[in-house]
Design a protein around this ligand. Sequence first.
Ligand code: PLP
Length: 358
Amino acid sequence: MGNIYFERGLNLSLLLRKGNHDWLAGVGAIGEPVLLSRGRDCLYVALRAIGAEQGDAISVPAFICAEVPRLIAEWGFSPIPYDIEPDLSLSPDLVKKSLTSRTRAILYVNYFGLQQPAASLDKLKGLGLPLVEDNCQAPMAGSKRAVQPDFAFTSMRKYLPVPDGAVLDVIDNRWRERVGGVTLRRRTNGQLVRWRIAALLVRGQQEIRDRRVLRLLAQELFSKAEQALRGYDVPVAMHGVSRRLAATFDIAAIRTERRSVYEKLVTAMKTHPALRPLRLELAATDCPHCCPLLTDGNRLWRDALNQRGIEAAILWKVEQFSQDRSISAELSRRILSLPLPRLEALRSCEELMSSLDV
Ligand SMILES: Cc1ncc(COP(=O)(O)O)c(C=O)c1O
């Protein structure tokens, strides 16, 4: 079996392929799309557009990539955590408890490409604050969402082999003009693009022939890219190479494949003695980024899987931002994210998973 990674590779022919003009619809943009480099840039622009000022509070789920609350604080706002349910869904009551007189917006996450339930979003909408949907890890649901937030954003490098690129969809009309008013340093991150193109091309070769030297080289190049990604404060525009490349993918086909692999993998994992799929059913609008599993000892399992070529990861470690006894902290101790294999590698991935024990 070839190794299984979150990042899929690229080959040169894709770089030369002609794109289609409809790719923004493919990533689920339905309002006014703003093309930026990273998910964090989208969040920054959204918060500035709603007029959040120094010291204003933003409600943020405690279960989230640590970079997000760190950046919100760095921008001068105050991130206030709210806990979530064990199945990754929102609790409107817990969100409500996090609100203060200075709260200016509520951020919620569609974890791993799994949509938040419409009934909870409806209740959040009723709180009357701007809603910002973080759909970083997957294409957005667009017009198929039952409840539309004010803003939604997606970070394409998490599910497409592109150098950078994030789309902030400004859905509610009242923010459109104000987004234009947020000063954008219209600069792009050329260094990030160069490192990531190199990394993605090496990964593409690895997918044909998985050599140790290619593996080490890809690892080094992805880590250079990660350094370049962090090299800018805010905000950075999407690079032209990423726009061209994004337009070459059939995003509808990618959604279909990811859903199908997820459903098969979950069926196979249902009877696993130690790794329990966190979500058995997909909603019609979900596009899974990975397969989140629950286990005791997620670090041991991660290490065992990594040694066998499956890049399982702990998304996320939330110790800094959440209370120790919260559900978010418990999730962080128990969750393990399994990258989705390609359809043709599914059977060998399932066999490996069932033969492993730690
Ligand atoms: C849920 C979530 N939101 C936001 C971000 C930030 O996205 P980016 O790294 O594209 O800025 C991440 C990063 O991993 C994330 O996982």
